[in-house]
Design a protein around this ligand. Structure first.
Ligand code: DGP
Length: 114
């Protein structure tokens, strides 16, 4: 999508620090990390967010979640644990309207989810 920041990152038009990539997914470090490890996992196909998905996106979603686990392994998070978050819409403070999963870990995360 033309004006989408994350589509530009996938295209390489905006630089990013890659952590993982496969046919369907790109993962890179968040520019404003909220934890020692903070990686964004995004589908290469533009999807606006969780509210924009349907059955046609099942394979994309599965690839994203598998990639979150892969990122956690690559970053050494699986032993102590990690969190996966996807913000959707205004109340969740979604700021980039391309579906993304935050993979957070590397220290004790708080219990407070909201
Ligand atoms: P959200 O608030 O859930 O929509 O998360 C968007 C995230 O995207 C936020 O944590 C910061 C990150 N971000 C925004 N612009 C850039 C960028 O240009 N590069 C990188 N690496 N991350 C970005």
């Amino acid at each position: 999508m033309n004006n989408c920041l994350f589509c530009k990152i996938i295209a390489g038009d905006i630089p990013s620090t890659k952590v993982y990539e496969d046919e369907k997914v790109y993962a890179f470090r968040d520019i404003n990390p909220q934890a020692p490890t903070h990686v964004l996992v995004i589908p290469k196909q533009h999807v606006t967010g969780m509210s924009g998905i349907d059955e046609a996106d099942d394979a994309t979603l599965a690839a994203c979640l598998r990639a979150c686990k892969k990122v956690a392994e690559l970053e050494g998070l699986t032993e102590n644990g990690f969190r996966v978050v996807s913000n959707c819409g205004d109340h969740a403070c979604q700021s980039v309207h391309h579906l993304h999963f935050h993979v957070l870990g590397g220290h004790q995360l708080t219990e407070n989810m909201a």
